[in-house]
Design a protein. Sequence first.
Length: 185
Amino acid sequence: MSDRAHRPGPTGRRGPTGWRGLTGWRGLTGRLRRWYGEGPLQLLVLLASFALAGYAGVRLLDGDRLLIAAWFVGAALVHDLLFVPAYALADRALRAAVGRRERRAWITFVRVPAFLSGLLLLVWFPLITGQVERYESATGLPEDAYLVRWLLVTAVLFAVSALCRVLQVRRARRSARKERPEAVH
């Protein structure tokens, strides 16, 4: 190798010098990845989700900016200080209840629908518990319809998860039978 390949370049890094990595799309994405930790698409999706959440908050709370800010900050604090430890505790309890590693394969099939159901409950809690009346005139749905629909969605999530687990076990058994040669008598 030449000595030039190991000399520090304009960025202070060792490696080939030249225009690669300094300009153009690859140079920009490389710098963004070093600064942000992910690529530009992930950043764009994250910013779009924040914009959508902000728009929904503004529309939901009818322009009360202080209440909107308090709601977003409160939601972040409640999630980080209350729900993340609760997730971790529930996950540990589930792992301890299952015990052996062979039986742990199905834990994901409980985690995912439970998480999605909990997320729906968190987002729609006031409507599911019937604490907000103002949406009945806008939607035409009675207050108790949200609880019934949340329970139905939760049941469907667990049913789909159970079906996925059954299909996974069947596939594993089929592949195990194909790999295992039949005993010759």
